[in-house]
Design a protein around this ligand. Structure first.
Ligand SMILES: Cc1cc2nc3c(=O)[nH]c(=O)nc-3n(C[C@H](O)[C@H](O)[C@H](O)COP(=O)(O)OP(=O)(O)OC[C@H]3O[C@@H](n4cnc5c(N)ncnc54)[C@H](O)[C@@H]3O)c2cc1C
Length: 427
C-alpha cells in the first residue's frame, strides 16, 4: 500500500497552495510535500517581486488573479498579516501607445475593471519626472518615448511573499500535512499495475503508472505524484517522457535605496494611494518597472528582457552588474532623473517558468501524475486559484470553485482541451 495519498514535489507557492487546498477539501488525505531547499518557498518564489494586479483583458488571467487577490484580501481582513499594500499600478504611455489600447480599456471598464487616467501635467506635478524623455539626445538610440498619459489601476499592489508562503505552509501542517525539506527527488518511479518481474518492466503493453519518488536510495510511494517544481520540472519529467510545457528564463531585480532627498520625494509621492507612496510604475518604453518598498525606504527595479535572453536553467542565477549599469540605468535616469548617480545596494536573480505558447499556467494529469506549473511570472498573484484547480484535478472533478464562488473548468488549463484567452492588454 502506498504510504501517501499525494506526494507533492516542490514547496514553492504553487506546491504549497495545492497541498493546502487538497487538505482543506479533505483533511483525511495523507499528503507529503518534499523540497530540496532547506525550507518552504526558497526557489523562485523567494525571488519574486510580490506584485499583484486584478487588471487583465484575458478572462483567464482575470479570473485566476482576481479570485486569488480576493482570497488574500479576505485573509488579511480576518487578521492574517500578508503585508498587502495597495500601491496601485501606474503605466506611463506616449499618446500613440495609449490610443492602441483604448478599445481594450473600454471593454475592461465595461466588465468592471477600475482605472483612472492621469494627464501629463499631473504626472509632472506629482512625480517630477521627465515627460519629454522622447525628445532627449539619447532618445533615438534607446527608443525612449514621451510621457503623455498615465493609467492608474487601484486594485493592485504588493504582497509579502514570505508571509503568504508561511500561511499556506502553517495551515497545511496544522491540518496534518507532512513535509520533508533539504531532500532532492532524483526520480519519479513508474511501475506496472501488475508486476511480472520482467527485467526492465514496464513494457509498452503493460498498464503503467507513476507510483512514487526516489530520493537517493529511499523510495516513498504515493497514490498520486504532483510535480510542482517550477523551472526544474523537466529534470524529473524528461526521464519519464512527459513534457512540462515551461521554459526557464532569468529575471533580475535591483534595489536602490532612497537615500537622497530627491529619491525620498519620489518614493513618498502623494495622491496616488492610501499608502502615501509612488505606485508600482511602468515606464513607456523600454518597460522598466519601479516598485516602491516603504519598509526598506527603497525601490525595486527590474526589466523582463526577452529576445536574446537564453532559455537556460540555472541553479543559482546571478544578477548582472552591467545589466543595471548599461541596460537599466541610462533609461531609468532619462525618465526619472532622481536616480542619477544612485547605485543598487542589493540585487538578485531568479527564473520565470514560462509557458511560451500562451503565457498561462499549465495544470494537467496522466497516470497518477499531476503537473502544476508554468506560472510565467505571475505565480504569486494567481497561486490560490492554481492551487484550487490542481486540487480539483486531484479529486477528479471537472470544475474547480475559485474563491468567491466562480467555477473554472479544470481542463481549460490542461493540454488536450486547453482553452485560455490570450491577453490583449499587452503593454
Ligand atoms: C525576479 C522575479 C520576479 C517575480 N515577480 C513576480 C511578481 O511580482 N508577481 C507574481 O505574481 N509573480 C512574480 N514572479 C513569479 C513567481 O515568483 C513564480 O511564478 C512562482 O514563484 C512560481 O512558483 P512555483 O511554486 O511554481 O516555483 P518555485 O518557487 O521555484 O518552486 C519550485 C520548488 O521545487 C523545488 N524542487 C525543484 N526540483 C526539485 C526536486 N527534484 N526535488 C525536490 N524539490 C525540488 C525547488 O527547490 C523549489 O522550491 C517573479 C519571479 C521572478 C524570478
Amino acid at each position: 500500500m502506498p504510504k501517501y495519498d499525494a506526494i507533492i514535489i516542490g514547496a514553492g507557492i504553487l506546491g504549497l497552495a495545492t497541498a493546502y487546498h487538497i487538505k482543506r477539501e479533505k483533511p483525511n488525505q495523507k499528503v507529503l510535500v518534499i523540497d530540496k531547499k532547506p525550507a518552504a518557498g526558497q526557489g523562485n518564489t523567494a525571488k519574486s517581486g510580490g506584485m499583484f494586479r486584478s487588471f487583465f483583458y484575458s478572462k483567464t488571467n482575470f479570473k485566476l488573479a482576481n479570485s486569488s487577490i480576493e482570497f488574500y484580501k479576505r485573509l488579511e481582513e480576518s487578521g492574517v498579516d500578508l503585508g498587502m499594500r495597495w500601491t496601485g499600478y501606474l503605466w506611463l504611455f506616449q499618446e500613440d501607445q495609449y490610443k492602441r489600447l483604448e478599445a481594450d480599456l473600454k471593454e475592461m471598464e465595461r466588465r468592471g475593471g477600475e482605472f483612472k487616467l492621469i494627464d501629463r501635467r499631473e504626472i509632472e506635478e506629482k512625480l517630477n519626472i521627465n515627460t519629454k524623455a522622447g525628445e532627449s539626445e539619447e532618445a533615438e538610440i534607446m527608443n525612449l518615448k514621451n510621457i503623455d498619459v498615465g493609467l492608474l489601476v487601484p486594485k493592485a499592489g504588493k504582497i509579502d511573499v514570505e508571509k503568504l508562503v508561511a500561511y499556506y505552509e502553517r495551515e497545511f501542517l496544522r491540518m496534518g500535512g507532512e513535509v520533508i525539506y533539504g531532500t532532492e527527488v532524483d526520480e519519479i518511479i513508474v511501475e506496472p499495475e501488475i508486476k511480472l518481474e520482467l527485467p526492465g518492466e514496464p513494457y509498452f503493453w503493460q498498464e503503467a503508472k507513476v507510483s512514487g519518488v526516489r530520493m537517493g536510495s529511499k523510495i516513498i510511494r504515493g497514490k498520486k505524484i504532483i510535480v510542482a517544481t517550477g523551472v526544474w520540472a523537466d529534470q524529473l519529467l524528461d526521464g519519464i517522457g512527459v513534457d512540462s510545457y515551461q521554459k526557464p528564463k532569468k529575471r533580475q531585480i535591483f534595489v536602490v535605496k532612497a537615500e537622497e532627498e530627491k529619491l525620498k520625494r519620489l518614493l513618498y509621492a502623494e495622491g496616488f494611494n492610501r499608502e502615501g507612496c509612488i505606485p508600482f510604475t511602468i515606464l513607456p518604453y523600454p518597460r522598466i518597472y519601479v516598485k516602491p518598498s516603504i519598509e526598506e525606504e527603497a525601490f525595486w527595479i527590474g526589466y523582463a528582457d526577452d529576445f536574446n535572453r537564453p532559455f537556460q536553467l540555472e541553479e543559482e542565477p546571478q544578477p548582472e552588474e552591467n545589466y543595471y549599469r548599461y541596460g537599466i540605468y541610462p533609461v531609468l535616469s532619462a525618465y526619472m532623473p532622481q536616480f542619477k548617480d544612485a547605485n543598487p545596494i542589493n540585487a538578485w536573480a531568479g527564473q520565470y517558468a514560462i509557458n511560451t505558447f500562451d503565457g498561462q499556467p499549465v495544470i494537467f494529469g496522466e497516470r497518477n501524475l499531476i503537473v502544476v506549473g508554468a506560472a510565467s511570472g505571475s505565480g504569486i498573484m494567481k497561486a490560490d486559484a492554481i492551487g484550487r484547480i490542481a486540487s480539483a484535478l486531484y479529486f477528479g472533478r471537472e470544475k474547480a470553485e475559485l474563491y468567491g464562488g466562480e467555477e473554472f473548468k479544470v481542463e481549460h488549463l490542461g493540454i488536450k482541451n486547453r482553452y485560455v484567452e490570450r491577453e490583449e492588454f499587452v503593454i
